[in-house]
Write a protein that binds this ligand. Structure first.
Ligand code: ATP
Ligand code: MG
Length: 210
């Protein structure tokens, strides 16, 4: 496959959506064929699943139900958008992907990294992002940034849960340092964009995309 899959990861409010959009705009300006998607969602079926996952009324959702819903949305995104786009040689920017499942359901919900990783591999046909941008911020900063926004089901979790999620992300990055690059998200949006952009250019050049 000629295309490239780049994922953005990190806890709520770290700046994934902000940075993914800025990177997408930049690649478009450079006339590099690219596509921006987010999880869960970006497909008709995925959007329905997203509604179930974020619905505050779903207080009784079992951890395994949550896991399978995320994987169902991902499997759909993969078949419908990611695989065809990779075949076309596009750069796909994905706002969250498999590492979120490992960090939230594997780490945060204690379902176990190895178990979740196995099931996720089945859902994704073992496709891994070629590059992952992990934006790291302290949990207190995440809370600070999201204070003004109305919280969804997951954002209502406590500090301890997010500490586990953050630490699992950092552990995953330590385990796969070639793929997952850590960025300090506690800096201004433009500066962070330039840092991420530089890493992405380096990566795309190495792969012969640009
Ligand atoms: N580097 C930054 N400095 C200050 N504020 C920021 C920075 N990056 C993003 N923000 C602000 O923090 C809030 C959350 O940012 P954003 O939506 O990009 O985070 P996210 O990681 O996508 O969060 P979520 O996981 O909830 O989707 C927004 O109001 C955004 O404008
Ligand atoms: Mg976001």
């Amino acid at each position: 496959m000629r295309g490239v899959l780049i994922s953005f990861e990190g806890i709520e409010g770290c700046g994934k959506t902000t940075q993914a959009k800025l990177l997408y705009q930049y690649l478009k300006e450079r006339k590099i064929p690219c596509q921006l998607v987010y999880e869960p969602g970006s497909t008709k079926i995925g959007e329905k699943i997203r509604k179930i996952l974020l619905d505050k009324k779903n207080t009784k959702m079992a951890a395994k139900t949550e896991l399978f819903l995320y994987l169902a949305a991902r499997a759909q995104l993969l078949e419908e958008i990611i695989l065809p786009s990779l075949q076309e040689g596009k750069v796909i920017i994905c706002d969250r992907f498999s590492d979120s499942t490992l960090a939230y359901q594997g780490g945060g919900r204690n379902l176990g990294l190895e178990k979740v990783s196995q099931i996720n591999k089945y859902a994704t046909n073992k496709l891994k992002p070629h590059l992952t941008i992990l934006i790291d911020i302290p949990v207190a900063l995440s809370e600070e940034r999201l204070k003004k926004e109305e919280k969804d089901r997951l954002e209502k979790e406590g500090k301890e849960f997010y500490e586990k999620v953050r630490n699992t992300f950092l552990f995953l990055a330590k385990r796969a340092p070639k793929r997952i690059k850590i960025f300090n998200g506690d800096k201004n949006i433009e500066d962070l964009h330039f840092e991420i952009r530089e890493e992405v250019i380096k990566f795309l050049t190495k792969r012969g995309v640009i």
